[in-house]
Design a protein around this ligand. Structure first.
Ligand code: SF4
Length: 276
C-alpha cells in the first residue's frame, strides 16, 4: 500500500504564530491563559497547559494576569473589558482574521449591510460579526442567501476557512439581492491551498485519512471535501486508526487541518507505513 501526504497540510502560519506567542508568554504560576482553547485541537491544548498556558472561557474567570487572544480573534468589547479589568492582553489574532474583521468593519462604516458567509457558531465568525456593530447577516447556505430580502448596499466577507467553491456559489445567489455589491473574499491562502491539495490527492487514492480536531471547522471541511471523491475517515489521533480501513486499499492519502500538530501527522503516517 502506498501512503501519500497531501502537498499542503497541517499547521498554517496563523496557528504556528499563535502557539509561538502563547509559548513566549507561558508562566509557571498559572497567570497566563488563552481566552478559549488556543486552537481546535485538544492534544495541543493539553500540551500547552503542561507548558504553563491555561485556558479560560471568559474574562470573568480572571482577576489578574495575562490573557492571550487566540488566532480566531475577538470583538472590540473584549479589548475594552480586558483593559478595564487591568489584565495584560497579548493579541495572537491571525492577521488574515484581522483583515476579515477590519473589512467587515469598513464595509459597515461605508453604509453597506454586511453579509458574512460562514458558520454562525464559529468563534471567528462571531468575532467578525462583533466588528460590524452587530449589524450583519451570517449565512452558510445558498438557501439562506436566497431567503435574504433585497438590500440597498450589500457588502460580503467570508470566514477565512470557508470552502472557496461554496463561497462562490453563495455569492452567485447574493448577486440577485442588490444593485450595489462589494465582495471582499477573505478566505485565507492556507485554506485554499489545503483544500485544493486534499481534493487533488483524494482523486488519486482509494481512501483518505483526514487528521484533526473533531471540533475543528477547517478539518471537518477537508473531510467533507475528500468524502466527495473517495472513502474518507476523520480521525484526531493515531489511536483511532483501524486495520480494516486498509484492507484492499492500494493507495491511501493523508491530509490534516490547519490546527493539527506535526507530531500527530507523523504518528499516523508512520503507523500507515508500518502496515504498507
Ligand atoms: S487558517 Fe488562515 S486565517 Fe486561519 S489561522 Fe490559519 S492562516 Fe490564519
Amino acid at each position: 500500500m502506498e501512503v501519500i501526504l497531501a502537498e499542503h497540510l497541517g499547521f498554517c502560519y496563523g496557528v504556528k504564530r499563535a502557539i509561538e506567542i502563547a509559548r513566549q508568554n507561558a508562566s509557571s504560576d498559572g497567570s497566563s491563559s488563552t481566552l478559549g482553547p488556543i486552537i481546535h485541537n485538544p492534544q495541543m491544548v493539553e500540551r500547552l497547559k503542561n507548558e504553563g498556558v491555561g485556558t479560560v472561557g471568559s474574562l470573568n474567570e480572571m482577576d489578574d494576569g495575562l490573557v492571550i487572544i487566540r488566532s480566531h480573534g475577538v470583538g472590540p468589547k473584549v479589548y475594552e473589558e480586558a483593559e478595564s479589568r487591568g489584565l495584560e492582553l497579548v493579541d495572537a489574532t491571525c492577521p488574515h482574521v484581522k483583515k476579515a474583521q477590519l473589512s467587515a468593519k469598513l464595509l459597515s462604516e461605508e453604509g453597506y449591510t454586511v453579509v458574512i458567509v460562514g458558520e454562525k457558531d464559529h468563534p471567528e465568525v462571531k468575532s467578525i460579526f462583533e466588528w460590524t456593530g452587530h449589524g450583519a447577516h451570517i449565512i452558510e447556505t445558498e438557501a439562506e442567501a436566497e431567503a435574504l430580502p433585497r438590500i440597498g448596499k450589500l457588502g460580503i466577507v467570508s470566514q477565512t476557512t470557508f470552502s472557496g467553491d461554496r463561497f462562490q456559489s453563495i455569492v452567485s445567489c447574493l448577486l440577485e439581492k442588490s444593485r450595489e455589491i462589494k465582495i471582499l473574499r477573505t478566505i485565507c491562502t492556507a485554506t485554499d491551498l489545503r483544500q485544493a491539495a486534499a481534493l487533488e490527492l483524494a482523486e488519486k487514492v482509494d481512501a483518505m485519512l483526514v487528521i484533526g480536531g473533531k471540533n475543528s471547522a477547517n478539518t471537518t471541511r477537508l473531510a467533507q471535501l475528500c468524502a466527495t471523491k473517495c472513502k474518507t475517515y476523520h480521525i484526531e489521533t493515531v489511536a483511532e486508526l483501524q486495520d480494516e480501513w486498509m484492507n484492499h486499499v492500494n493507495k491511501i492519502g493523508i491530509t490534516a487541518g490547519a490546527s493539527t500538530p506535526d507530531w500527530i501527522i507523523k504518528e499516523v503516517y508512520k503507523q500507515c507505513q508500518s502496515r504498507a
